[in-house]
Design a protein around this ligand. Structure first.
Ligand code: G3I
Length: 458
């Protein structure tokens, strides 16, 4: 069932929100104005993407804009459950692969959308429940993430699992009825299948500080505390004629939890100050150093799911609209520098409140571990922090108690699985800026390490 269109958007009276670049964060200037969205976003280490449809790739106006303007793509429908597993255990990647290859051949990032969602499930999944559905869902995550392993920048692992309204709780769905832990089970399965992909939770009407976004916030905080692998939160931003006044503050509070944030499905109703709202969203992302990119949900107005609302950056003929120019100008005005694509798994040091300085670790690197243990097993999340100089490659040595063993590892490679175990960075998280940090994790049987791990750089 498609989502009812009414009630999906924030219809705010105020057209735009004042957006302030936070003090204490490095701000880039306009080195040179770029002439396309992707190139301009790249100047601050970000991407500017579009949702695209395989069925439109034969349209040369469409692909012309796509390859010229965008450096990230998201499949609008082609990687969803009904498309990729139309009958149970029989996987179909033809159209998903077309989107992937379109993106990769253009040097673009590919955002995977979406591994699990209560909508667009194949009929066979809709008729399952309980452990049969849970097993099928986790198998789906594992199979699809494995098929695209190493090629996806970020996966929307779970889409739209929170309820609208004031409860701040989960939405009822067949997936939710398999048990509240279905989301973390999905994230763990995705991490095990593709350790290089950023794993996102994605939702709508979470674009300001409200009960729903606070419900998501509490889940992310809990996941981070317990070592459930989550790297990013997507804010769909299907907007009406306004933008919440606390849009940027909302992005920042999630970023402060230690996840990246991304604007994932941006479109804005035409009729109000469309260009102004687009510019405000762009400036808000640029002001948050962990906001790594923006995706618009379609290219031309005629490609949009919001028929008749003309919510995109190009008109039906492919001409640039005023909203396009306002986004490009906002991008060219610069903003905080986002972590570079080559260090997508690493984080820069958090900005300190003005007037204070954070103590910088000394030595080449240090490692600390947080454990989530249960009877017979554990998950360890290890934070690797660079000292006062950048780190180019790292090794973390951990000692496991007798009888314990590592069973899976993410965002690192390991030598040994019991006793003295050595973890080495993978390609995307070896470089850590001075004072910055990155995380990897491992799951094991028995009990986790009790001593502080040692870290060696180089
Ligand atoms: O492909 C069939 C076609 O064969 C058939 O003839 C036609 C008849 O209706 O339907 C076509 O499928 C449609 C599909 O889009 C492809 O165009 C579905 O009916 C239609 O429901 C589907 O809508 C998509 C919608 O998700 C489904 O809920 C939209 O394109 C897509 O833009 C939209 O995207 C969602 C995000 O995934 C999640 N966030 C909200 C966003 C907007 O609803």
């Amino acid at each position: 069932m498609p989502i009812p269109r009414r009630g999906r958007f924030l219809l705010l009276a105020s057209a735009t929100a004042g957006v302030v670049v936070a003090a204490g964060i490095a701000v880039t200037g306009t080195a040179e104005a770029a002439s396309t969205l992707g190139a301009s976003a790249a100047q601050t280490g970000r991407y500017f993407g579009a949702a695209i449809a395989a069925g439109r790739l034969g349209d040369s106006t469409y692909t012309g804009i796509l390859t010229r303007e965008f450096n990230s793509v998201t499949p609008e429908n082609e990687m969803k459950w009904d498309a990729t597993e139309p009958s149970q255990g029989r996987f179909s990647y033809t159209n998903g692969d077309r989107i992937l290859n379109q993106g990769l051949s253009n040097g673009s990032k590919v955002r995977g959308h979406a591994l699990l969602w209560h909508q667009q499930q194949p009929g066979w999944a809709q008729s399952l429940s309980g452990s049969a559905l849970r097993t099928a869902a986790i198998n789906h995550v594992t199979q699809v993430a494995t098929h695209y392993k190493g090629k996806i920048y970020a996966w929307d692992v779970v889409n739209e699992a929170f309820a609208d309204g004031g409860s701040g709780g989960r939405r009822d769905s067949n997936l939710q009825r398999t048990g509240n832990d279905w989301i973390e089970a999905a994230f763990r399965a995705a991490r095990a299948a593709d350790p290089g992909a950023k794993l996102c939770y994605n939702d709508y009407n979470t674009d300001g500080v409200n009960a729903k976004s606070t419900g998501v916030y509490n889940m992310v905080r809990d996941f981070k505390a317990r070592g459930v692998p989550i790297d990013c939160v997507g804010f769909q931003s299907h907007l009406g004629t306004g933008i919440p006044g606390d849009y940027q503050a909302n992005l920042q509070r999630f970023a402060d939890l230690g996840v990246d944030v991304q604007i994932t499905e941006l479109d804005v109703a035409q009729g109000g100050n469309q260009a102004g709202v687009y510019a405000s969203v762009t400036r808000a992302c640029l002001a948050v150093s962990r906001c790594t990119g923006i995706t618009v949900w379609g290219i031309r107005d005629s490609d949009s799911w919001r028929t008749g609302e003309n919510p995109l950056l190009f008109d039906n003929s492919g001409n640039k609209k005023a909203a396009y120019t306002s986004v490009l100008n906002a991008l060219n005005a610069g903003g905080t520098t986002s972590p570079s694509p080559s260090s997508s798994g690493t984080t820069s040091p958090s900005p300190s409140p003005s007037g204070t300085t954070s103590p910088q670790p000394t030595g080449p690197c240090t490692a600390s571990v947080s454990l989530n243990s249960w009877n017979g097993g554990f998950v360890a999340t290890v934070r690797v922090t660079a000292g006062s100089a950048p780190v180019n490659g790292w090794t973390v040595d951990v000692t496991l108690p007798s009888g314990s063993a590592v069973t899976s590892v993410w965002s690192a490679g390991n030598t040994g699985s019991s006793g003295a175990v050595s973890f080495r960075n993978v390609a995307y998280n070896g470089q850590i800026p001075a004072g910055g940090s990155t995380e990897f994790g491992f799951q094991g049987t028995g009990t986790g390490p009790s001593a502080t791990p040692t870290c060696a750089a180089g």
